[in-house]
Write a protein that binds this ligand. Structure first.
Ligand code: IPE
Ligand code: IPE
Ligand code: MG
Length: 256
């Protein structure tokens, strides 16, 4: 039997990101409207925070609404926004109880007032919490995040006396410091439910070296066992970052 991810902290991903996909197809298969799928999906999102906490994950990011999702039918967008506005205050007591630190990745400025207020409140009152960090990716796009970092980098370079030197010294690590994710751990494991094998503009920068895990399970059917299975698969992977297996083994021997 393969060791469970829970048995060894070193093979646990610190930051797990989930593309919660398949709500619409889940609903259609049951003869229901898409919003019913989103409602069910929201309940699973609520549960997955608890499951991830139980399994020892430190940071969990959930893709709730992409920059491209604005193009969906107006009623669906409106339904998703009111779901968020209702769900956030409803889940706040459990976030307080289990010390969840609630955060947002994305540009919340174009969101309806009710959602912005709920989001800001949840961020403020959980800011000092020491439990799992829950990062909701809301109106999030990986390309948009990179463009925002380019803008900040240009400003920073403009403020330097030796601009040629500053540009020459720009490394991926320095650039990441300009990104919204600057104080979020690099993504270790990216899970996508719903059977599609694409990244859909999620965490583009950190997708460079995240482990990818795809499952056909529709998000509203996702269970704690499914999360455990993803963590077990992660534990069985060898992250080589361009090195050879032999080099990795030598590093591990030195560390032991
Ligand atoms: C993901 O489920 C939820 C959001 C994008 C908000 P979908 O709504 O994309 O479900 P499918 O892919 O149509 O089944
Ligand atoms: C990605 O799912 C966005 C979220 C889960 C919030 P989509 O269903 O929007 O992605 P595509 O359209 O299949 O690429
Ligand atoms: Mg989808």
């Amino acid at each position: 039997m393969s060791p469970s991810a829970q048995e060894d902290d070193s093979i646990l991903p610190c930051h797990v990101g989930i593309i919660m996909d398949g709500n619409g197809r889940w609903a259609r298969a049951r003869g229901k409207g898409r919003l019913e799928g989103h409602r069910q999906g929201a309940e699973v999102a609520r549960n997955v925070v608890r499951w991830a906490t139980d399994l020892g994950v430190k940071q969990l990011s959930l893709y709730a609404f992409s920059t491209e999702n604005w193009e969906r039918p107006r009623l669906e967008v409106r339904g998703l926004m009111s779901l968020l506005a209702i769900l956030l205050p409803k889940t706040l007591p459990e976030m307080m109880e289990s010390q969840v630190r609630f955060r947002i990745l994305g540009d919340i400025s174009p969101l309806p007032n009710s959602v912005r207020k709920a989001v800001k409140h949840a961020c403020e009152v959980t800011a000092h919490h020491t439990g799992i960090e829950l990062i909701i990716c809301l109106n999030y796009g990986g390309q948009q995040e990179i463009i925002a970092a380019v803008r900040e980098t240009l400003q920073w370079i403009g403020s330097q006396t030796d601009q040629q030197q500053a540009l020459a010294e720009l490394t991926p690590e320095r650039f990441r410091q300009m990104m919204w994710r600057r104080d979020i751990a690099p993504l270790d494991l990216l899970i996508r439910t719903g059977g599609e094998m694409r990244i859909s503009n999620f965490h583009l920068w950190d997708a460079a070296y995240a482990e990818l895990y795809f499952t056909d399970v529709f998000w509203p059917d996702f269970s704690k066992q499914d999360l455990q299975q993803a963590l077990d698969v992660y534990a069985s992977r060898e992250r080589r970052y361009g090195l050879t297996s032999e080099q990795i083994a030598t590093c591990m021997d030195k560390e032991a």
